[in-house]
Design a protein. Structure first.
Lengths: 217, 217
DNA sequence: GTGAAAAAAGCTGTTTTTACCCTATATTAA
DNA sequence: TTAATATAGGGTAAAAACAGCTTTTTTCAC
């Protein structure tokens, strides 16, 4: 019996991780790695140079073009390609956020290789791969709250800029100066973000932003 | 001509990274991966079950027993084994810190596979591998400051516990309660850490601690 | 064991920054 | 016209940051 290999691409900014993963998956003999890319922009550039992959393994926090944007681009331009998100954290918001962006599954980087291979094969066939992690989050979401409460955190460019500057030793006054805005305006940003992230302090905000893979340090 | 392979072990808590790297390096045909481990304690457990490695690739932030402690243990118990630190960040303190703990080199996870192979072969032979990253830090250290100013940040257990609790939405009052200490005492910890990390705010402290790979979120 | 030194823990303040009110205006979109 | 959004303001209470000092505990040479 002959089973066709699953063709994939890997998008992640850590070279050693990306290349290591490529070798690991190639050795399984069930997966064929067509190409890999540094970030979403690099992926868009390399996509026409290869056959279309069945599945793209997608990191979330990346420079230039992150996993959310890249996934949206894929689903808009190549809806037949399935995206499997790969993340270090199991927070609600990035999981819901990546699924809403169009990903068909979500795996942790702490997973075992065998589980990842299963996930890739599953997502290639069924276009949606639900593991315990994802189903648990979705279930809890329905049980605890109104249908899908955890809206993926949408930030406007100014809020994102502010969030980045928050991850520093700067005071709000200094941040306001750097953004050429009144301290009161960035106070509004702060409050909006505190609500979105459900935190009560700048430290909590920074930690949440990191776990939600919205910023990189 | 026959060149003996370099025997190594890999210590890192991200399974996919660890296993991917193992495959990647094995494929180079110059390196033989004897075993891998989740953290320092796991490494100590597995070490007697295999031939002694020439080189150990060591992550820094790991649960249970981190890279600093693990490296010190290796140099105390098996001084012949060379340690190559693998990190995501290129901050001064973890570089100096790992070198002081006994590591013979420091590589970024953003490196290319070929460079890592060179580093491993270099460190196996010469027991010290200096790349541009490390030499640059050392050089700047000597040029700018007194000989080796950037002392690796040594924290006592209470300070480390406090630092972990700082990475949260908790107030200092709440942290004091959780540690069963007076708020005044943790105020002393705060000030000590601000000095060691050269920061002026809790947010700065948290970011520095993450970049210095002293805490994991 | 004892006592000096060092380290850790605790206290009293003050100033600055954060966090959180509620309001106002200008601009844009429906 | 009405909403919605981004900007900016004043004021306040809490928390964080900083300074200077005392007490307790631990360490260690003697």
């Amino acid at each position: 019996m002959y089973t066709e290999k699953v063709n994939i691409a890997i998008v992640d900014d850590h070279t050693l991780f990306r290349q290591g993963l490529a070798h690991l998956l190639t050795e399984s003999n069930e997966i064929n790695v067509l190409f890999d890319a540094d970030n979403g922009a690099d992926m868009i550039k390399k996509l026409p140079l290869h056959p279309l992959p069945d599945v793209i393994l997608m990191d979330i926090t990346m420079p230039v073009m992150d996993g959310y944007e890249s996934t949206k681009w894929i689903k808009a331009n190549h809806p037949g390609i399935n995206v499997l998100a790969l993340s270090m954290f199991e927070e609600d918001k990035p999981i819901i956020g990546m699924l809403k962006s169009g990903a068909g599954g979500y795996m942790l980087k702490q997973s075992k290789a065998g589980d990842l291979v299963s996930a890739i094969k599953g997502i290639a066939k069924q276009s949606i791969y639900i593991n315990e992690l994802v189903s648990g989050k979705l279930l809890r979401n329905i049980q605890n709250n109104q249908p899908v409460k955890n809206t993926p955190i949408g930030l406007n460019p100014n809020e994102l800029k502010f969030l980045e500057l928050c991850c520093s030793d700067l005071t709000y006054k200094q941040i306001a100066d750097m953004m050429n805005l009144s301290p009161h305006t960035i106070d509004n940003y702060r409050e909006a973000l505190f609500q979105k992230f459900e935190v009560k302090s700048r430290t909590g905000l920074v930690i949440s932003a990191l776990k939600n893979e919205l910023i990189k340090i």
